[in-house]
Design a protein around this ligand. Sequence first.
Ligand code: PMP
Length: 434
Amino acid sequence: MSHSISRSNSEKLFQKAKTYFPGGVNSPVRAFKSVDGNPLFIKRGDGYKIWDEDGNEFIDFCASWGPLILGHNHPAIYRKVVEALQNGTSFGAPTALENELAELILSRNPFIDKIRFVSSGTEAVMSALRLARGYTGRNKVVKFEGCYHGHTDAMLVKAGSGLVTFGESSSAGVPAAFVNETLVLPLNDEAALRSCFQQHGFDIACAIIEPIPANNGLLLQGGEFLKTLRSVCSEYGALLFFDEVISGFRVSFNGAAAYYGITPDIITYGKIIGGGLPVGAYGAREEIMSCVSPDGPVYQAGTLSGNPVAMAAGIAQLTVCAEEGFYQDQEKRTKAFVENVNTYAKEKGYDFEFVTIGSIFWFNFDGKKNITRADQINPDMSKFKQLHAFLLNNGVYIGPSGYEVGFISSVHNPEILKKAAEVIKQGLDHVMAE
Ligand code: PMP
């Protein structure tokens, strides 16, 4: 089991890519900087499998960082996308497909009356922050340490995801004035929350949170803190903003809002509603959405917004997700997978924490529960690196950073999950023996 796969084609492609792109990539975490610095170039995906440019085959738990909840190359998505492509790729004019996807989402969603499609999660957050400020006439925004909301300027303060991976606390190129109105609070800290609102409450436009923080590992909050946040926002007339770019259509059709039974005022969704094509969205109740241009004064636009090919992929994917029992089945398979590995780790006495919600999972080697960023001071990532290498060499692909979560899709059947669990267990033996 200690052989190394051939990576020579990926290595050559990476050398070439470095001459074209900063760090050789078009999004930082892809550079494998947190592991061995040698990214795999992926050639093809089908179902739960992906193949790299050297012909190595992997069980994929990255799922393009979440959106591929039906796996790669799903026949229903493929058919619908081809059908849309035959009519053209983009018109910059309304299409019936936008209505169809909106109907699919809104007819089942009690939390939002209207939606606006954009092209990425970052764009959704940026637009919705503007809307929150425009609607309330207030400037300040509360965000929580350890939550990532894309790379819009106001959110690049002690953010998670790639930033934590690279050990930075903010980004160059963001003037202090752009983040002066962003208040950063620790997660799960009611006292800090109340004190912040006592001081600034009536200047706060919104509090943005990943209700299931999944960009600094999985920092599961439990419903209580979220309920407190809901009531504090209401008390001060600030909007509660759930960034459901990861949790939306992932832990349930209506995301964490439905999972916890909490009604936010604004929600952002991301890539999952595009079935792997570039889409994001924000939504709110009618009164708030009526502020958006052209109905209202909050300007927001996009040439490729509501792109017909992306809408088609989203319609095909969410139609399957809306089927009875889809999410229960996802959760059941994920739980069995996680428990299988956890039982083994416990028997062996390994300090290893494998946590899950819905069909998201994350593991760390702290041997303790992580709820806030502060739980992750000086984490030892050397074991993660070793495990990552072992998994790649034995046919299991996970995100190349110890802070990234993994995703189970509908095509990860119980047999394949058992097979993957065995590889992870062997990986643990290998790593813990070092
Ligand atoms: N919000 C959250 C919660 C995210 O996880 C992400 C990215 N994964 C974003 C926003 C930004 O989305 P995108 O990468 O599509 O811009």
